[in-house]
Design a protein around this ligand. Structure first.
Ligand code: TAP
Length: 470
């Protein structure tokens, strides 16, 4: 049992974590939520150190402080330098390290008991082995996810015949080793094999999943890491680790479900479906007797300058082009002339949850102008121009009308219901789902080809010129 003051300290920390997560729910309060949670973590560290006052604090500090300093420098510099498009791999790396730490603590605990000549009893063995298993799996899986997103290894789904049988067989072997370890309570070599098997399983689990599905997998692995941390909390008898691990586990699971639902794909399809070409290639059935209409910057500038209401639909291509600041400038230009401008945000636009919100917030787009899909969809029929910038799948009407389409049933932004549609992208190539988009051939649609950032900047200048001449 802890001293009541220590328990109270942990309780305060847990409440701060919960408040922090609650505040992360809205971009308006997210920064504050982060600060509250970070302060909670600082309190947790101090309380833990106070709790250890009976032990040899000097040698603990000698070990822990250099690690903390190195970690703070690498984490701080990395977080400051990372590009918006590199955020998913950064999260994968952080997540993997957390999972690895949980696993290492449990391996250390097992060794500690067996080195003292004792056997690990069942009550201790179960959390220790669970933490080793889930922590190692999540560590290795997160590193593979990182390598895919960083394009250190091919991002396409890597599959081979009999893959599920191999994975199932390996899982059975790892579980059998776990049962033997629980029953005997010792055996460092078997523990090493158990951990190696779990690491291999983590790698094999993530390799067959396409690069663009990685955010869903990272979120799932994040929930695994939370569970590993919570179980490690039982190993260490540390309440705050149990609570924070459970919070991470639960929030990761909820986010995974939300993303799968927003793509209308069961999680099993994400995990085992090897879905998505990653885009970038022409669609198989493109140009089947249809012609897309190309427009010039001048045509589109006139359309925008004389519109009453424009809805901007950002997608992955805007993030790649880093065109968010140019978009804000164009919107400012239009608003100054009395055009109503709003942004339609699809829950899985881009490649990670909240991608578009963060991107536009970086360009200081006022938060009330960002409208979620359900809120803005009824307003498309009274929209003069839907300006689709680097988005593709999230405005594909096949999701509503073509039962044979792989994205059939995925909720989309109803851009096709606007009075006119302008699509900014570089070519007729597909998006992540690798399928053609009938919106591009709609008689109300014009295509403006080019890099999103450059095209939007040219549009801004042209709108200014058109309106000055008017
Ligand atoms: P996509 O459907 O991937 O389309 C992006 C488009 O941007 C491409 O068609 C590409 O066309 C264009 N593009 C690329 N670079 C560009 C540049 N520099 N300038 C202008 N255009 C550029 O993106 P989306 O509509 O945002 O949909 C997201 C997709 O990702 C969905 O299928 C979703 O299910 C999937 N996904 C999302 C998430 C999350 S959580 N966001 C997670 C997993 C999967 P060109 O090559 O012709 O330029």
């Amino acid at each position: 049992m802890h001293d009541p003051w220590i328990t109270l300290g942990y309780l305060v920390t847990a409440v701060m974590f919960i408040l922090g997560i609650k505040r992360l729910g809205s971009p308006a309060t997210a920064r504050q939520g982060n600060q509250i949670a970070a302060a909670g973590m600082a309190i947790a560290i101090v309380v833990t150190l106070i709790d250890l006052r009976g032990s040899d604090l000097g040698s603990l500090a000698a070990l822990a402080l250099p690690a903390v300093v190195i970690g703070v420098i690498i984490g701080g510099v990395g977080a400051r330098r990372v590009q918006m498009t590199g955020m998913p791999q950064m999260v994968a790396l952080f997540n993997g390290l957390g999972a690895g730490a949980a696993g290492l603590i449990s391996i250390g605990d097992f060794r500690h008991i067996t080195d003292a000549g004792q056997s690990v009893d069942v009550i201790d063995a179960v959390p220790i082995l669970l933490s080793c298993l889930i922590g190692s799996l999540s560590f290795a899986g997160s590193l593979v996810a990182f390598a895919k997103l960083q394009e250190l290894i091919p991002t396409r789904p890597m599959t081979y015949p009999g893959q599920k049988v191999v994975n199932g067989g390996l899982l059975a072997l790892v579980l059998a080793a776990g049962i033997v370890l629980t029953a005997t309570g010792h055996g460092l070599i078997l523990l090493a094999a158990f951990v190696a098997g779990a690491l291999l399983l983590g790698m094999l689990f993530v390799l067959p999943i396409g690069g663009a599905d990685m955010p869903v997998i990272i979120s799932l692995l994040n929930s695994f890491t939370g569970v590993a941390a919570a179980v490690t909390g039982f190993v260490l008898d540390n309440e705050v680790l149990i609570v924070s691990g459970a919070l991470v586990g639960a929030s990761g699971t909820i986010l995974t479900q939300l993303m799968s639902r927003a793509m209308n794909r069961p999680l099993s399809n994400v995990l085992f479906g090897a879905f998505g070409s990653g885009g970038g290639a022409p669609a198989a059935n493109a140009d089947a007797g249809r012609q897309a209409r190309a427009a010039t910057v001048e045509d589109v500038a006139v359309l925008l300058a004389y519109a009453r209401r424009v809805v901007i639909i950002p997608g992955y291509g805007l993030a790649v082009a880093r065109g968010q600041h140019a978009v804000k400038e164009l919107a400012d230009e239009l608003e100054a002339r009395g055009v109503e401008v709003e942004y339609a945000i699809h829950p899985v636009a881009g490649r990670m949850p909240g991608h578009m919100n963060v991107l536009l917030a970086e360009a200081k787009v006022p938060y009330p102008q960002l409208k979620e899909m359900d809120e803005i969809n009824p307003d498309f029929p009274r929209t003069d121009v839907a300006l689709v910038i680097g988005a593709n799948d999230v405005v594909n009407p096949s999701a509503r009308s073509d039962p044979g389409s792989p994205i059939y049933g995925m909720p989309i932004l109803n851009a096709d219901q606007a009075q006119s549609i302008v699509v900014l992208k570089r070519s007729m190539n597909t998006g992540f789902a690798g399928i053609d988009n009938p919106l591009f051939y709609d008689p109300k649609t014009v295509m403006l080809f080019g890099d999103a950032a450059k095209t939007v900047a040219a549009l801004s200048a042209e709108v200014k010129r058109v309106l000055a001449a008017a």
